[in-house]
Each structure stands twice: as C-alpha cells, then as structure tokens.
Design a protein around this ligand. Structure first.
Ligand code: GNR
Ligand code: NI
Length: 168
C-alpha cells in the first residue's frame, strides 16, 4: 500500500504537459496500482499522474458507489460530443473548493490498458465528466481555469495562504 503525495494548486508542476507512456512494463503496473490506492484513500473518484508529479499519460477513475469499478487508462484520447452539462466539481489538487463547470455529456474514449492493448468505450454522466477532468490534468489544466479570473484569483490566494500555514 503506497499512498502518493498529491500536489496542490498553485504548484507550477500541475501545469506540466504529460508525455505518452511507451513501455508497458512492471513499474507502470506498480505505479497504476499506487495511483488507484491513492485515489481511493483520498478519497476521490479520479486521479491523474500529473497530480502526483509523474508526467506520463496515466489516469485512474472509479465513479461507482461501491468503489469496485476501477478504470486505468493509459494514453487516453477523447472525442467529446452532445450537450454541455453543468456540474459541481472539486479536485484533490484544489482542496476544499467546489464550483460549477460545463462539460460535454458524452465522450468516446480510446486508450490503452496496462498491458498496452487498445480499449475503446463510450461514457456519459459522472464517468464522462470525470474522464474529461482527468484528461485536462494531463495537459496541465485545472477546473479552476474554467472559472472567471476573479474567482480563480481568490482561490489561488486562499490556497497559497493554506499551504503557507501548513508549512510553518
Ligand atoms: O474526487 C473528485 N471528484 C470530482 C467531482 C466532480 C468532478 C470531478 C471530480 S475529480 C475529483 C478527483 C480529482 O481531483 N481528480 O483529478
Ligand atoms: Ni482533479
């Protein structure tokens, strides 16, 4: 059981664009397992490698009630379509902040599994929202980027103060 450390906004490392996974080796499997454990422990419904300072294109999600439907997606690409739906989002890298973000209702996902096999599926609802949120992380994007600059500025200031108070 290894819990990885989650970076908090405004840490500049969260802005790194992740690079594709090329080796589907044992260390990748170990990392994916640790990412999933870290997500469940947090607790969260998704986690991207970027958030634990690993800049490779790996995400994990589990939106099930029972927490028994993990998806590990390597090198995910999305085709989004349909209506835009508003939902309240939070992020483990933006602690204690929740706000409404618009996402697409549907996504076609193409990714690889831990062995490098191609997987394709369609998602909607919370799974679609979560996958869009996680894929944004891999491109260095956070949900607060969709908010007004006024709101984002307030959030950044608040989290900076919080991290300073924890350091000292
Ligand atoms: O745990 C999480 N909940 C959540 C709720 C609404 C929309 C997205 C999310 S993802 C978040 C975990 C996280 O930060 N993943 O990157
Ligand atoms: Ni997040």
């Amino acid at each position: 059981m290894t819990r990885l450390r989650i970076l908090h906004h405004p840490d500049p490392r969260l802005r790194t664009k992740a690079t594709p996974v090329e080796s589907f080796d044992v260390p990748l499997g170990v990392f994916a397992k640790n990412l999933l454990e870290t997500m469940y422990a947090a607790p969260g419904i998704g986690l991207a490698a970027t958030q634990v300072n690993v800049h490779k294109r790996v995400i994990v999600v589990d939106v099930s009630e029972e927490k028994n439907q993990p998806h590990t997606l390597i090198n995910p690409t999305l085709k989004t379509y349909g209506n835009r739906i508003k939902g309240e989002e939070g992020c483990l890298s933006v602690p204690e902040i929740y706000d409404v973000v618009e996402r697409f209702e549907h996504v076609d996902v193409t990714a690889q599994d831990i062995q490098g096999n191609t997987i394709e599926f369609t998602a909607q609802g919370m799974l679609a929202i979560c996958i869009q949120h996680e894929c944004d992380h891999l491109d260095g994007k956070l949900f607060v980027d969709y908010l007004s600059s006024l709101k984002r500025g307030r959030i950044t200031k608040k989290l900076r103060a919080l991290s300073n108070s924890r350091e000292r």
